[in-house]
Design a protein around this ligand. Structure first.
Ligand code: BG6
Length: 438
């Protein structure tokens, strides 16, 4: 049983913007166990009241919030506040502080009853990720290390496995004989905002592709796991990761990126990437896998498209314009699933039209869609690792993208414009479905 959550870096941005509001929400809705206390730690001295104020918390959660300066002495502080069981240790800190913080937890003695929760990036490439894992494993066993990929906790992402494995309709078609392309697109309108110094050492492949988008690829392509046990799900994801290779890639940088605060004027870091992957598994041998992500683009949307092969023996004349079927998973900003298919246009002439059948979360369910961190925090408290990434997965993913990391961006594109001229062929026109489910 977890009876305390420690937020290391409690006065920082992540704690303030995401973690504390998510905890307050869980507390209000009654989902947070009553016995849990929240302890913030940081370098500077702060009273409990000042911490509550800083967190903007005056509701029922505030009476369970405390602040402790630094990590030394944390275990006895928690015991005095009544926590003697498992403690969720959330590192809301810059990644270069993970290893030293884990060591501090160990020196204090709290690591022996702790569960370490860390955010991406888990390393910078295959070697640094391995080194980070090695350092963490000196103080915490792998079972107690929870690596967050917040995309996995998005409601529409969790629905992918339900859609695939709770419906008998699609799984028989979910293979290379029927599916022509798998397309994952995550575009943002914002640039790097105030994160220039971080982003410039990362680039979009490290920032979005190696983690979030690749996890989506796994969910779409993995075999049915033996059960919902995280071990079984991880095993199937690994089979996909190990089967993938890069066919080709293209990268761009938006004009004006090098003038962003904290970005060197001669930076060649990519802010846009398009990658085609292939799988060596028989199930996916001739399906194209396209992924793309970028900043400063015309739209803010994360979408997954599955396009099906045309009917084997066409019955209708070409002029009737029969379309290929496709399924679109709308992940954000609005959530839904769209099935695109051909239907007859009313009237005497034989003409076909693409028509969309849609399931929209907001229409189907009246309850509010929970923010990803609420789910992640609750799972970390419960000790459910389903939505967390294992060290072998991060390692396999770094190995996959290793050959294209840190290469100079190949072309420039205008802010707010799609770098489509340089784009691979075969992408769905996601714009066509944009107004559905809004
Ligand atoms: C983060 C990246 O992991 O995900 C950011 O570091 C990106 O660069 C963000 O903007 C996107 O997350 P979401 O949930 O807004 O799609």
């Amino acid at each position: 049983m977890t009876d305390a959550i420690v937020i290391a870096g409690a006065t920082g941005d992540l704690a303030k913007r995401k973690l504390l509001p998510a905890l307050a929400h869980l507390c209000k809705s009654g989902a947070l166990p009553n016995s849990i206390i929240i302890v913030g730690t940081g370098r500077r001295p702060l009273s409990d009241d000042a911490f509550r104020l800083l967190a903007g918390e005056s509701g029922i959660l505030s009476s369970r919030m405390y602040y402790h300066q630094g990590i030394a002495g944390l275990d006895s502080f928690l015991r005095k506040k009544g926590s003697t069981h498992k403690v969720a240790l959330f590192c809301a800190l810059p990644p270069n502080a993970y290893a030293s913080t884990a060591e501090e937890f160990a020196a204090d003695g709290i690591a022996t009853r702790g569960r370490l929760i860390i955010e991406k990036p888990f390393g910078y490439d295959s070697e640094s990720s391995q080194a980070l894992n090695d350092s963490l494993l000196r103080f915490f066993p792998e079972e107690e290390i929870y690596r967050i990929d917040h995309y996995l906790a998005k409601e529409a992402v969790q629905n992918i496995l339900v859609f695939r494995f709770a419906n008998s309709l699609f799984e028989p078609l979910w293979n290379t004989d029927s599916i022509d392309t798998i397309q994952i697109s995550a575009t943002e309108t914002i640039g790097v905002l105030g994160r220039g110094p971080y982003f410039d050492t990362a680039g979009i492949i490290r920032d979005m592709v190696q983690n979030h988008l690749t996890q989506l690829v796994c969910l779409i392509m993995m075999n049915r796991p033996q059960s919902l046990d995280p071990v079984h799900i991880r095993k199937e994801k690994m089979a996909i990761l190990e089967s993938l290779s890069i066919v080709k890639y293209a990268t761009g940088q938006y004009l004006g990126y090098t003038e962003e605060p904290g970005v060197p004027s001669d930076s060649t870091t990519e802010t846009y990437a398009e990658i085609e992957l292939a799988s060596s598994l028989a199930r996916w041998k001739s399906t194209r896998i396209l992924i793309r992500s970028g900043k400063a683009l015309p739209t803010h949307a994360t979408e997954i498209g599955i396009t099906f092969r045309p009917v084997a023996l066409p019955l209708f004349p070409v002029e009737a314009k029969s379309a290929h079927n496709s399924i679109i998973f709308k992940i954000q900003p609005s959530e839904g699933i769209v099935l695109d298919m051909s239907t007859k246009v009313p009237g005497g002439e034989l003409a076909l039209a693409d028509t969309a059948m849609a399931f929209c979360y907001r229409d189907a369910f009246s309850s509010e869609i929970p923010e990803a961190y609420q789910r992640l925090l609750l799972d970390a408290i419960k000790g459910d690792k389903t939505l967390f990434v294992s060290s072998v997965q991060t390692q396999a993913s770094w190995n996959l993208y290793g050959p294209i990391l840190g290469k100079p961006a190949q072309y420039l594109y205008k802010k707010g414009e799609c770098p489509c001229l340089n784009s691979f062929t075969g992408w769905l026109d996601f714009e066509k479905y944009r107004s559905i489910c809004t």
